[in-house]
Design a protein around this ligand. Sequence first.
Ligand code: SAM
Length: 231
Amino acid sequence: MPLHFNILTLFPNMFPGCLGASLAGKALERGDWSFSCTNIRDFGEGVHKCVDDTPYGGGAGMVMRADVLEKALLSTNDSGSRRIYLSPRGQQLKQPLVKELAASPSLTLLCGRYEGVDERFLQAHEFEEISIGDYVLSGGEPAALILMDACIRLLDGVMGNVNTADNESFGSGANGLLEYPHYTRPAVWTDANGSEHGVPEVLTSGNHAKIDEWRAEQSKIITKVRRPDLL
Ligand code: SAM
């Protein structure tokens, strides 16, 4: 079943953005996924279509208004959709969560701007918060695109080899570890300084059991050095 993204944003022209190209773009053309954008500005107040106001309690920046956001949300048909607010305060997006999201029929993605959105709106409409990492972006749109990309590549038929995702970093085939290193032709590569670099012998041995063993070992070593928290 195709996955639909119901996007609430002040910048609809940011979509599909990079997802209109390559594998995701082809999948979009095939109808493996679809998206619709609702411009929150269309539901703004007054002649200036104002969507934000100053925060109660003072402080810097502006906050997106609950009444405006509610009108934008209710103008969409999001029944059965999981509601997500992209937010640095949210649960971090990790591969098991991506897998879960990719299996949903529809995701409503709220892209914040300014200082964020009125908390009452998030609670009244049961938005869960998802963060793409411990840093602050200027808006939720790039975060939404990242979440979408991670989901789209897991949809049936999007990647050439269906086993690929499970064998990648964080995948179940890789026991949740980081991926082993890759090599391709030429077998000996001479870099710009004249140094020659070969490939690990086992990879050209044709012994697939040994290759699997070597890759599993490399995967453990890389994970231990770079991300011991995953072990
Ligand atoms: N004042 C907020 C805070 O300190 O948590 C940051 C607001 S940020 C400037 C504007 C918007 O960008 C947020 O409402 C959110 O939608 C999005 N955003 C920023 N960083 C993000 C992250 N790491 N993950 C997901 N969305 C993010």
